[in-house]
Structures are given as C-alpha cells and as structure tokens.
Design a protein around this ligand. Structure first.
Ligand code: FA5
Length: 355
C-alpha cells in the first residue's frame, strides 16, 4: 500500500505540474485530495489495516497529502502571479503618447497677451512689475488716495464691499489698481518705478464696462520728475503697442489722488488721427474725433505722499507721476473687438482666433 501511495504522489505531482489554470488545479486537488480520492480513502481506512501496516501507511500517506497540499498552494500562487503579470502587460499605458483624439495645445488668453506686452514694454523702460491684493482695505482703495468721506466712489452702488459683521464697508474688491501706489511706497523708499497689472471690480456692465476688468497702474517717484516725463513715458509705451506713428494728448481732468490730473488719448490708428477714412467717410473707431481715450494720469498729489512720509516720501523733495488704464480697452483696440464681454464669454469660436 505504501508503494501505491508513492505512485499516487508521482501521478499527482505530474498533474499539478501540468495544470495551467486555477480551474484545472482545483480539479487536480479534488481528484487527489478530495473526500472521494484514493489517498483520502486509504488514510480513512488505516484502522482496518493489520497493525504492522498502520504506521508506515499512516506516516507515508500523511506526508504525501501534506506535500501535495503545499505543492498545490504554491502552484495557485504562481498561477495568480502569472495572471497578474499578463493583465499588467496588457493594460500598460504609455502616458507620453498623444491623447486620442489628439487635442491641440491651448494658448494664452488675449487679455493675458496684452498684459504681457505692456509688462515687456515697461520693463524695457526700467519699471518693475508688482502685484497687489484684489480684496483690499478701504484705507488703501480710498482714504490714502485722498478720497474724502462721502466721495461717490465709496457708495454701495459703485463698489463691491465684502460684508463682515464688524467692519462693514471696510473691506472691498479693489475698484482700481491705484491702492498699490500706496502699498508700493510703503514697501520701498524713492526712487520708485513700478507698474501693477491686475484684476479690478466695479458695479458696471455694458459693452465697454464689465464688473471684473483689468487695469495697469504705473507709478514713478523720484527727484525732479515732471508732467513732461509722464507724457514721454506714455508716448513711448503707446508707440510700442499701437505703432511708431502714434501721438498722444493729455486733457485736464480730476482724480482725488493726482494734481494736476489728466486723461490721455492716443491718436487714432485707423484714420491716422484725421477723423475720416480715405473714402471721406467718418472714422468709426475714433468717431471722427481723431483721438481714442485710454486712461487717467497725473502728478502724485502731495497729500498722498503725506500718507507714506514715514517711508521717505517727503513732498518737498520728491515728485512723481501715476497713470492707470484698462487692459480690455487696449485689447479691444488691438483686435478690433466691439464688445468687451466677448473676452469673458469663453466662446472658443472667439478665443481660438487668438491662437
Ligand atoms: C482710474 O481707475 C484711476 N485709478 C486711473 C488713474 C491712475 C488716474 C493713476 C490717475 C493716476 P478710471 O476710473 O477712469 O480711472 O479708469 C481707468 C480706465 O479703466 C478707464 O479708462 C477704462 O479703460 C477702464 N475701466 C474703468 N471701468 C471699467 C469697467 N467697468 N470695465 C472695463 N474697463 C473699465
């Protein structure tokens, strides 16, 4: 009987070796170790054997059963690993391949491109580019910019206030980039030459005004800076953007934080400043005026220097100019876009024209 057990062992080992799926292996296990298997029957019948056979049959039978169990377990593990390897090899993804279908690479938003152009021009003129908070304190947005209490720009109809229980009307979405004039002067002594591009917010909405828009602030402070320097700087900047033949003009205006204050215009680049087109018709871009309004500017009001006197801005020894204009307005003129809201509708038919 011991010999038969050894034969079964050899047979079973070969069957385990030959099985190449979990199902086949289970079938082998049932055949050689299951309840109705020959070996199981022999072990169950040990008690009926003559006493001298019981020991050898029992020990050989148990040894073979254990050996086969171990062998099957190892084979189950091996099959599982092989299956895993196979499925990993089949599912392998090459993340460097182009998507399917391949997608065109995106491009910069036209407003971003115009902003970068302005930054490049101003860096070329020796200005540094700064950033400031869009959520701003009333102090920087109005008070330190010489807006007296009760100024219309402080009214709820004009400004988005961030409503906090304790400080209602003290925190707001900045209505212009000018608050950074004060912050920049607080952070560094003169001479200072900086621009601040960024988002600004007002309660406006029509074809040329949106609730969120972008401005660029410019500030130059040092000894002996004059309104002529302002004009030269604006001219240099606008010629880079709109072409070398452009002229500018400044008209008297009012801003609380500059004195004197001006609005500045660039000569119309469609009609060359004449107001009429070659066929004699009125130029639609400048509406026959020959000039296109761009933004506000002026000499920094001494009262504003008063708020930053501790940082070295003594109105008796330094002067400066500041200017501010809308980036959308520049981009609309550059690309002949009639409605500012088109920049923010996210309509790809519009945006893909700028790729
Ligand atoms: C100002 O905001 C001043 N801070 C500019 C300034 C800076 C003056 C430094 C003096 C010294 P104003 O409110 O005019 O000025 O706005 C400037 C430009 O921002 C406008 O000419 C216009 O092009 C743009 N702008 C204003 N409101 C909107 C709006 N709702 N949507 C789009 N562009 C706007």
């Amino acid at each position: 009987m011991v010999e038969r057990i050894e034969e079964i062992e050899v047979e079973a080992q070969a069957a385990v070796e030959a099985a190449d799926s979990a199902a086949e292996l289970e079938e082998v296990r049932v055949r050689y170790l299951g309840r109705k298997a020959e070996l199981t029957g022999m072990l169950r019948g040990i008690a009926d054997l003559p006493p001298e056979q019981r020991g050898p049959v029992g020990s050989t039978g148990n040894k073979v059963r254990k050996g086969l169990e171990g062998l099957i377990e190892a084979k189950v593990e091996a099959l599982r690993n092989a299956e895993l390897e196979q499925s990993l090899a089949g599912d392998r993804i090459d993340v460097t391949l182009p998507g399917s279908p391949a997608r065109a690479v995106g491009h910069l938003h036209p407003i971003t491109r115009t902003r970068r152009l302005i930054e490049d021009v101003m860096i070329g003129l020796g200005y540094q580019v700064m950033e400031g908070p869009e959520v701003e304190h009333d102090y920087y947005n109005f008070t330190a910019l010489n807006h007296p209490e009760g100024h219309p720009a402080r009214m709820l109809q004009d400004t988005f206030y961030v409503d906090t229980d304790e400080h209602v009307e003290q925190v707001l979405l900045r209505t212009h980039t000018s608050p950074m004039q004060v912050r920049a002067m607080e952070s560094a002594p003169p001479p200072l030459f900086m621009i601040v591009p960024g988002k600004t917010y007002r309660r406006d909405s029509d074809a040329t005004h949106s609730p969120m828009f972008h401005q660029v602030e410019g500030l130059a402070v040092g000894e002996g800076i004059t309104l002529a320097d302002l004009k030269g700087t604006l001219l240099a900047m606008l010629r880079e953007i709109f072409g070398p033949d452009r002229e500018i003009r400044m008209r008297p205006h009012f801003f609380p934080f500059t004195e004197p204050s001006v609005e500045f215009d660039v000569s119309c680049f469609r009609c060359g400043g004449s107001g009429s087109l070659e066929d004699g018709s009125r130029c639609g871009l400048c509406k026959g005026i020959g000039w296109i309004e761009l933004g506000g500017a002026g000499m920094v009001d001494p009262n504003v220097f008063g708020f930053v006197a501790d940082s070295g801005y003594d109105p008796d020894s330094v002067t400066g100019f500041a200017f501010g204009f809308g980036i959308e307005r520049i981009a609309m003129l550059q690309h002949n876009v009639g409605d500012l809201r088109l920049f923010f509708d996210n309509d790809l038919r519009m945006l893909e024209q700028f790729s």
